[in-house]
Design a protein around this ligand. Sequence first.
Ligand SMILES: *[C@@H]1O[C@H](CO)[C@@H](O)[C@H](O)[C@H]1NC(C)=O
Ligand SMILES: *[C@@H]1O[C@H](CO)[C@@H](O)[C@H](O)[C@H]1NC(C)=O
Length: 177
Amino acid sequence: MAPKSLVLAAVLLVAVAAGEVPRCAGLGASSTNASVVISGMVPCSTGNNINVATAPAPFPNATVQLQCNGRVTAGTTADGNGNFVISMPGASKDLLTAVMGNQCKVVVSTPLAACDASLAGAIGTLSSSLKLLGISTGGSGGGGGLDLGGIINVIVQILSGVLGGIVTLAPQAFSLV
Ligand SMILES: *[C@@H]1O[C@H](CO)[C@@H](O)[C@H](O)[C@H]1NC(C)=O
Ligand SMILES: *[C@@H]1O[C@H](CO)[C@@H](O)[C@H](O)[C@H]1NC(C)=O
């Protein structure tokens, strides 16, 4: 799915350059009718591009933050199985632009020692970029079947507030950085 989000980032740049999307969404952070939903599982593991499916264990109760352009934008706590959901209804244009532009990442602020005492010496923070799973707009089954032009159109309409929708993302793969 990485290529898809990269394509979207490129698409967004094109749209911004073409003036179809406000270049500066404004510090007022006007809201849209779109929700951004990020869900995934935090591994209790060190390494690069950790595959959660094969990680030795999940990270229960991990504190998970969404950081966009270096700022904490949202956060949540994983459940006892390391699963988390960050749901942001009425996402601002700034947030949507940052998410679509690959400027956001998920960061685990709880030290690894909390899930495995033997990892107390691990230096760094688990962090992952995001991948786009899909964009669904009221009723019409989502971005899956859209061609590039269709996706641009949906993004532009969501950013301009004409269209509501749910933008669904997941962590690409956590790395200890
Ligand atoms: C996670 O949090 C819940 C609720 O606070 C607690 O009952 C549970 O023991 C915690 N699990 C771990 C592994 O710390
Ligand atoms: C959200 O949708 C409602 C109708 O469903 C509309 O009246 C409102 O203007 C929309 N808000 C934004 C920010 O586009």
